[in-house]
Design a protein around this ligand. Structure first.
Ligand code: IPD
Ligand code: CA
Ligand code: CA
Length: 270
């Protein structure tokens, strides 16, 4: 039964990915949801396609989609849809973006797909069955030291917690091989699952950004939590994932910075 959900999600993500990749070659039609928060014709067309397909196959399921095309139902099943993750990249012609769908059953993500149509990389996972890239099993990286880690983060398109995240960015840059900010949270999560990054965190993400990617990380053997190492909540803002080995060391840096930064700003206010 579950296999059917993943297979259908893959089919839909591939179709939406092809649409988005095709739009990428054309002049972009950009509008603004608010300053610096872009949306393109590709976001809207991709979402319309995904919702039409989901409604046809699973008419009773709830859908939460970024551009607002979903709808609540009484179903225990809920699809989280980001029709184009990496919109700012897309709008600028920077080819790092994807389509992602995650299916939750009573709040727990049970299947997820992230499709990067430019690289032809399809990341898939079902709860309890491992994580895959183009059908091959993937695992998180075996690196044990934070000082030997490559990390990633992101910033929301509108100012929110930027100051604190810049402090995390600064401190963790000093303690690791560096930090990437590639502009697609779903792909960042997949990069941890595939062992390309040792860790990724972000302070303000929506459930559609992280539903599929966090399942990928768990199924690839990684750890998913909040910034303090506590339980992950799909509906909360923050997310912190790692290969597991560097998790506690990163948590210590986060709490160190929070203590210092709060202290510093209190002092600055006199
Ligand atoms: C954004 C991307 C970005 C992250 C932002 C998200 P969007 O999603 O995932 O990497 O830093 O917080 O809002 O708007 O391109 O779908
Ligand atoms: Ca997104
Ligand atoms: Ca999006």
């Amino acid at each position: 039964m579950m296999e059917d959900y993943l297979a259908k999600a893959v089919e839909i993500a591939r179709e939406a990915g092809a649409l988005v990749a095709d739009e990428f070659k054309r002049p972009k039609k950009i509008s603004y949801k608010r300053p610096s928060d872009l949306v393109t014709e590709a976001d809207r067309r991709s979402e319309a396609l995904i919702i039409e397909r989901l409604r046809k196959h699973y008419p009773t399921h709830a859908i939460v989609a970024e551009e607002g095309g979903g709808g609540k139902t009484a179903s225990d099943y809920c699809w989280y849809v980001d029709p184009l993750d990496g919109t700012t990249n897309f709008a600028h012609g920077f080819a790092v973006f994807c389509v992602t769908l995650g299916l939750a059953l009573r709040g727990e993500v049970i299947a997820g797909v992230v499709f990067d149509p430019i690289r032809g990389e399809l990341f898939t996972a079902e709860r309890g069955s491992g994580a895959y890239l183009n059908g091959e099993r993937i695992h998180v990286s075996p690196v044990r030291e934070l000082s030997e880690s490559l990390l990633a983060t992101g910033f929301p398109p509108f100012a929110s917690n930027h100051d604190l995240n810049i402090q995390f960015y600064f401190r963790l840059t000093e303690r690791s091989h560096g930090i990437r900010r590639a502009g697609s949270a779903a792909l960042d999560l997949c990069s941890v699952a595939a062992g390309r990054f040792e860790g990724f965190w972000e302070l303000k993400l929506n459930p559609w950004d992280k539903a599929a990617g966090t399942l990928l990380v768990t199924e690839a053997g990684g750890r998913v939590s909040d910034l303090e190492g506590g339980p992950f909540n799909l509906l909360a803002d923050e997310v912190f994932v790692s290969n597991g080995h560097v998790h506690d060391a990163m948590c210590r840096v986060f709490s160190e910075v929070v203590a210092e930064y709060r202290g510093a700003s209190l002092k600055a206010k006199g």
